[in-house]
Design a protein around this ligand. Structure first.
Ligand SMILES: *Cc1c(COP(=O)(O)O)cnc(C)c1O
Length: 462
């Protein structure tokens, strides 16, 4: 007999004792929707011969759906992947001060009001001042993300004209950002020079000397890949010198936009914004939520006259960031100004955390788990920066390692914890890298591990 026939009806479930609190909390119609969806799920899973789900199981699933529908998204998770700028997990976590600034700016604010003069003010004046001070640039402008920054800059500087770029820099970043496609959207004409692995100064000079209509030389950071072997690129400063001879500005798409030197933390040196400004780039653009460690934003710094044209362009109205972004960005930048970035900005705090500290935390966590009969070990591992920054570069770290019979079942159970825990399977074990877990999240981490282990740790998925 087909077990699907025996599924309880929505009406009967609504009359069940267990439904009363749900109806009281969420209302009859929404509960009925949740019950229908739960029944559909069970129906899809049932095979001939299976017993039908109990009323209680359907009600429980409906309650879980209702809880999920009434939880604002995105929800917080514990990142135990060791990938510091994890794009799927929201890239850079914000500092406490940035969170406070968002809360404060969410009320009425002086967003576009000059309190001194009592008249309309500039919405980006404060953040521009900070960016100028920190980067040494003449002017700054903030848009929604770095893709928007590239689009705006190309539209304003090069629409209908040529842009020189090395074939080695025609990059694609995750999420569908491809330099040639953004260039096409802006109406600029792509002029590729050099080859995939080697581009020389003379490759850039040739079309300029030929007298082609060239508005801009674009230099783009590789971000998420590395070229090794028989390769060569022209340093930014040489491009600037070449551009100056032909009166063509150079734009540097830095991607990450580090304001601190990654080399101070045992990593390769990531190009810094201040260096590009000092090398003479007319415009430098970068993300707010990669190594800067702030909210999603695209930041343009550079020559006053060029940025003024961007500020006045109609596209700017569509690309401008909201007040919450500006608040979080200025709070983040103030950390750099005060010299407290490695203490206060989570991305830099994680980069700067010494290995011994992580080992100590991992040992303490493992000891607590073992005391409860969960056989956790501590193993050395490597954290990565992620977010298209410093590919191949790693930081030594310490991981909690669990060896359940079915590692995939355990990582799935960890994802169902509250808050969800994101871990990885490696060498047939589950690894939780503590570099990306805040110390104040450890209790929740251990709670989640305990619960997941009790479900699937010892005996496999039940
Ligand atoms: C990441 C990146 C972008 C896109 O920045 P978003 O802020 O994600 O829009 C553009 N260019 C480069 C070189 C990048 O690394």
């Amino acid at each position: 007999m087909d077990p699907r026939r025996e599924l309880p009806s929505v009406d009967r479930l609504l009359r069940a004792e267990g439904a009363a609190p749900l109806v009281a909390a969420f209302g009859r119609d929404v509960v009925a929707d949740a019950l229908r969806e739960a029944l559909t799920e069970f129906r899809a899973k049932l095979r001939p011969g299976d017993p039908p789900p109990s009323e209680r199981a359907v009600l429980e699933r409906a309650a879980a759906l209702l809880a999920c529908w009434h939880t604002p998204r995105p929800r917080p998770v514990i990142n135990a992947t060791g990938v510091i700028l994890h794009t799927n997990l929201g890239r850079a976590p914000l500092s406490e001060a940035a969170l406070e600034a968002i809360r404060a700016a969410a009320a009425y604010s002086d967003l576009e009001f000059d309190l001194e003069k009592g008249e309309r003010g500039e919405r980006q004046a404060a953040v521009e001042e900070l960016l100028r001070r920190l980067t040494g640039a003449e002017a700054a402008l903030v848009v929604n993300n770095n893709a928007a920054a590239v689009l705006l800059a190309l539209t304003v500087m090069a629409r209908g004209r040529g842009v020189l770029i090395s074939r080695g820099q025609l990059i694609e970043i995750g999420g569908g950002f491809r330099i040639p496609e953004v260039m096409a959207q802006s109406g600029a004409r792509l002029i590729e020079v050099g080859t995939t692995n080697r581009t020389h100064l003379r490759d850039y000079e040739e079309p300029l000397a030929r007298g082609e209509d060239i508005a801009l030389i674009l230099h783009a950071h590789h971000s998420n890949f590395r070229m090794i072997g028989f390769v060569s690129e022209v340093p930014l400063a040489e491009l600037v010198a070449l551009g100056a001879r032909y009166d063509v500005p150079v734009m540097d798409d830095l991607g990450s936009g580090a304001l601190l030197d990654t080399a101070a933390f045992g990593l390769a040196h990531e190009p810094m914004v201040q260096e590009s400004v000092a090398a003479g780039a007319a415009v430098v653009c970068f993300s707010g939520d990669k190594l800067l460690g702030g909210p999603q934003a695209g930041i343009l710094v550079g020559k006053r006259e060029l940025l003024a044209r961007m500020r006045r362009h109609p596209l700017m109205r569509a690309l401008r960031p909201d007040k919450l972004t500006l608040a979080a960005l200025s709070a983040t930048l103030i950390h750099y100004l005060k010299g407290e970035a490695t203490r206060e900005i989570p991305v830099w705090r994680m980069i700067a955390t010494p290995l011994e500290e992580l080992e100590g935390r991992a040992q303490a966590c493992a000891a607590r788990l073992r005391a409860e009969g969960i056989p956790a070990e501590v193993r050395p591992t490597r954290s990565t920066i992620g977010g298209g920054s410093l590919p191949g570069e790693t930081l030594p770290s310490a991981a909690l390692v669990l060896r359940p019979p079915d590692p995939e079942a355990l990582v799935a159970a960890l994802r169902r914890a509250d808050p969800p825990i994101i871990a990885r399977v490696q060498e047939d074990a589950v690894w939780l890298d503590l570099r990306t877990v805040r110390p104040d999240q450890e209790d929740a981490l251990l709670r989640g591990i305990r619960l997941a282990w009790s479900r699937v740790g010892a005996q496999g998925e039940s």
